[in-house]
Design a protein around this ligand. Structure first.
Ligand code: WTA
Length: 645
C-alpha cells in the first residue's frame, strides 16, 4: 500500500534546491555516460595542492584495485578549515550541545583552526608521523573532531572506536591497526550517566604493550589513574605547543582513516578510506542530499564512532564550510523532547537521525513534540536501517509538519557516503523507499546466480561501478577485501543487502542477506556475539540470529546450549546478557536467550540458521525443508520452547 503513497517535492523545496527533477535526470545521465568526466568535474570542489590529471583507475576483477584522483595531492584538514578562513573565520563551524541542556558552545572556523593546530602539535610531540595510526576513543565533545582533523592534518590515520565498546573490543582494534597512541577522555557523559572511558582504556592497554602514549581530555573531572610515562592530560600538553601546524601534503590515495565494522564472519574488519576521493564524495553528498545552503544550521545526531559521524558530522559539512551541530547526549534526557528542544534552541534547519530514534520517540506520543516550535526545520533525514512507513509518516507529519521533505539515505561504512537517496528538490518520495541512486552511482539487482535483473524485481543489491568514496581495502588484509565484496558476483561490489526495485525504478532496501544484524542502526556480526557467548565457562555452543523488534529494528536472539551438568536458571540468563555486554559492549547484549538442548545441524555439522531465524521470527509454521537435519527432534523442542516477546 505504501508503494502507492507518493509525496511530491514541496514547492518551497523545489524553488530553493540546488537540483530539480530535470537537472537530476541530466546529471545522472551524464554521470553514467561519462563517469570519469563527471567525477573529474566534481573533484574540483576540494582544493588540491597538486591538481590531479588522472580521475579514475578501477578494476573490480582479480586482486581489485580502486584509485581516484591518484596523482593529486591535498590535505583533508586544510580543506575542512584553512580554505574557509578568509571568508569564515568568525562563522560557527561547530555548535556543541552538551548532555546537560545548560551546556553548549559555538566554535568558529578561526577557533577550530587553533584547536586543531594545537592537537596536531601535541600528536607530533608524542612522535606521531605521517602514516602512523592513532586510536580515538572519545565522547561526543569537540575534541573528538579536533583529534580526527589533527590526524588528517599531519597525515596520521585515525581509527575512531565508539565509546560504547568494551575494553576487549577496543584492545582488538588497537592491536589490529597497531596504534601506538590513543586519545581519550576521563569520562563521557550520556543521559546524566558517566561512561568510564579512561578506565576502559586502562583495561584495554593491558593487552596493548606497544601503546606508548595516551592523551586524556578532561571532560568531567572525574577521578582517573594516570600512568606515568604513558598518560598525559591534553590541556597540559596543548598549553606547551603552538596553535600553528603546517598541513602535510597527502596523496589522494593516502589513507585518511580506518573504521572497524562487523561482517558476517570473523573479527570486525578495518574499513580503510583514503583522502581525495573520500573527501570529494563526502562533500558532494552532503551538499546535494541535504541541499546545503550558506548559513544553514545542520544537525546529524550520530556518534563520531560510526561512519555517519565521520562523513556527516565532521568531513562533509566542514569541507563545505557548514555549521555542524554535535550533540553529546541522548534523545530522552532530561526528557523525550530533548531533540526538539535542541532544534528550537539552535534553529536547526536540517535534521538527520536514525529510524530507531524516531520509533522510540514516536512511542512517547506527540505531547513532547508539541512543546516545541520546530519552525526552523526545512529538511529531515534518516539513516542506518530501513525506515518503516509508519515511522516515516510520523516523522513527516509530526516533526516535519507535512512541510519538510524526508531524505531516506541508504549507504554503508564501506561506501563512505550516501549512495541511494532522494534529492529534496528533485525526487518524489515514497515512505520506506530510499528512492533513487545519486548521480555517479550505478546500482544493480542480481539474483542468486548473479544474473542482473531488469525493471521491477527483487534480489541482492550490487553496485556495478566505483564512486570516489568507496573503501579501498580491509586494513592489512586486501585478500579479505576482494573476497568479501567482489567474489560473490564477480565484477561487481556486493553490498550484503537485499533490495526490491519497483516499477518506477525506486529502490526499497529489505535488510541484510548475510549474517549481519542491524540493531538500532548498529551493525553486529552474529559470529561476534556467538564467540562472546561460548567464551563463557558454562556455555557449550551458541547460535545468534536477528528477529523483528519494534524499536530497535532487529533484536538479538541467542540460542544457547549449556555444558553438561549446568542448570539453566534465570540468574544464568541474566549473567550471560551481562557477560556479552562486558565482552563486546551494551549494543551487543542479547534481547532474548533461549536454552537449546541441541541446535539444528546438517549431517555434516553445519548449523541451519535459516531454521533458527524462522523460529525467532515466530514463523515456525514455515520452516521449509528439514529433511537434511541430523536430528529433526531438535527443532520440535526449539519451537515448543521459543521465547515470547
Ligand atoms: C543498513 C550506516 C535501509 C543496510 C550508514 C546497510 C539501511 C547497513 C539504510 C550499513 C537505509 C543503512 N535504509 N537500510 N536508509 N542505511 N542501512 O555500515 O543494511 O553502519 O548495509 O552504515 O545499514 O550499516 P553501516
Amino acid at each position: 500500500m505504501s508503494d502507492q503513497q507518493v509525496f511530491d517535492v514541496p514547492a518551497s523545496s523545489a524553488a530553493r534546491a540546488l537540483v530539480n527533477a530535470a537537472q537530476y535526470d541530466a546529471m545522472y545521465k551524464k554521470s553514467v555516460e561519462d563517469n570519469a568526466g563527471f567525477w573529474g568535474e566534481q573533484g574540483r570542489r576540494v582544493d588540491w595542492i597538486k591538481p590531479y590529471t588522472q580521475v579514475k583507475d578501477v578494476d573490480y576483477t582479480g586482486a581489485v584495485r580502486i584509485r581516484w584522483y591518484h596523482d593529486g595531492t591535498l590535505n583533508v584538514a586544510a580543506n575542512c578549515i584553512d580554505r574557509h578562513l578568509a571568508k569564515r573565520a568568525k562563522q560557527t563551524a561547530i555548535i556543541w550541545e552538551g548532555d546537560d541542556p545548560s551546556e553548549s558552545k559555538h566554535i568558529t572556523y578561526g577557533e577550530l583552526a587553533e584547536h586543531v593546530g594545537r592537537m596536531s602539535n601535541v600528536l607530533k610531540a608524542k612522535g606521531v608521523k605521517k602514516g602512523d595510526r592513532v586510536t580515538i576513543y572519545m565522547p561526543m565533545i569537540p575534541e573528538a573532531a579536533y583529534a580526527m582533523l589533527a590526524c588528517a592534518r599531519i597525515g596520521a590515520v585515525h581509527s575512531v572506536v565508539f565509546g560504547g565498546f568494551s575494553p576487549d573490543s577496543l584492545a582488538g582494534r588497537i592491536v589490529d591497526c597497531d596504534s601506538r597512541v590513543v586519545i581519550t577522555a576521563d569520562e563521557g557523559l550520556r543521559g546524566g550517566k558517566k561512561v568510564p572511558l579512561k578506565a576502559n582504556v586502562d583495561a584495554a592497554l593491558k593487552q596493548c604493550p606497544d601503546v606508548s602514549a595516551c592523551i586524556v581530555v578532561k571532560r568531567t573531572g572525574g577521578n582517573v589513574e594516570m600512568k606515568s610515562g604513558r598518560d598525559v592530560w591534553y590541556h597540559e600538553e596543548a598549553a606547551k605547543v603552538s596553535p600553528d601546524c603546517p598541513a602535510e601534503a597527502m596523496n589522494a590515495e593516502d589513507p585518511l582513516f580506518i573504521l572497524y565494522t562487523s561482517g558476517s564472519t570473523g573479527k570486525p574488519k578495518g574499513v580503510l578510506h583514503t583522502s581525495g576521493g573520500y573527501l570529494v564524495y563526502a562533500s558532494f553528498t552532503h551538499q546535494y542530499v541535504f541541499d546545503y545552503h550558506e548559513g544553514d544550521i545542520y544537525w546529524c545526531t550520530a556518534d563520531v564512532g560510526w561512519v555517519t559521524g565521520h562523513s556527516y558530522i565532521v568531513y562533509g559539512p566542514l569541507a563545505n564550510g557548514a555549521t555542524t551541530l554535535m550533540f553529546e547526549g541522548v534523545p530522552n534526557y532530561p526528557d523525550s523532547s530533548r531533540f526538539w528542544q535542541v532544534c528550537d534552541k539552535h534553529k536547526v534547519n536540517i535534521f538527520y537521525t536514525a529510524p530507531t530514534a524516531i520509533r522510540a520517540l514516536m512511542r512517547e506520543g506527540e505531547a513532547p513534540v508539541q512543546k516545541c516550535k520546530l519552525d526552523s526545520l526545512r529538511l529531515l533525514g534518516s539513516v542506518g536501517e530501513p525506515i518503516n512507513p509508519e515511522a516515516w509518516l510520523w516523522y513527516h507529519r509530526v516533526i516535519g509538519k507535512n512541510r519538510c521533505p524526508i531524505v531516506d539515505t541508504w549507504w554503508q561504512t564501506e561506501t563512505g557516503g550516501i549512495l541511494i537517496s532522494p534529492l529534496p528538490g528533485a525526487t518524489k518520495t515514497k515512505p520506506g523507499s530510499a528512492t533513487k541512486p545519486l548521480p555517479g552511482v550505478m546500482p544493480q539487482i542480481v539474483d542468486a546466480n548473479g544474473n542482473v535483473l531488469e525493471g521491477a524485481c527483487e534480489g541482492n543489491l550490487c553496485i556495478a561501478d566505483s564512486w570516489p568514496g568507496q573503501m579501498r581495502t580491509v586494513y592489512g588484509d586486501h585478500k579479505r577485501f576482494a573476497e568479501t565484496y567482489f567474489s560473490a558476483y564477480p565484477g561487481k561490489y556486493f553490498t550484503g543487502d537485499g533490495c526490491r526495485r519497483d516499477a518506477d525504478g525506486y529502490y526499497w532496501i529489505t535488510g541484510r542477506v548475510d549474517d549481519v544484524i542491524n540493531v538500532s542502526g548498529h551493525r553486529m556480526g552474529t559470529a561476534e556475539v556467538e564467540s562472546a557467548l561460548v567464551a563463557h565457562p558454562q556455555v557449550a555452543e551458541a547460535a545468534v540470529v536477528g528477529y523483528p523488534h519494534d524499536i530497535k529494528g532487529q533484536g538479538i536472539y541467542a540460542y544457547v546450549t549449556l555444558k553438561t551438568g549446568v542448570t539453566a536458571t534465570e540468574e544464568l540468563r541474566k549473567e550471560l546478557v551481562l557477560w556479552v555486554r562486558k565482552e563486546i559492549g551494551p549494543i551487543a547484549a542479547p534481547d532474548l536467550i533461549q536454552w537449546a538442548p541441541g541446535l539444528p545441524k546438517t549431517r555434516s555439522g553445519k548449523i541451519m540458521r535459516r531454521i533458527l531465524r524462522k523460529i525467532a521470527e515466530n514463523e515456525y509454521g514455515a520452516l521449509g525443508d528439514t529433511s537434511t537435519l541430523a536430528d529433526p527432534n531438535v527443532v520440535t523442542d526449539l519451537v515448543d520452547n521459543r521465547m515470547n516477546r
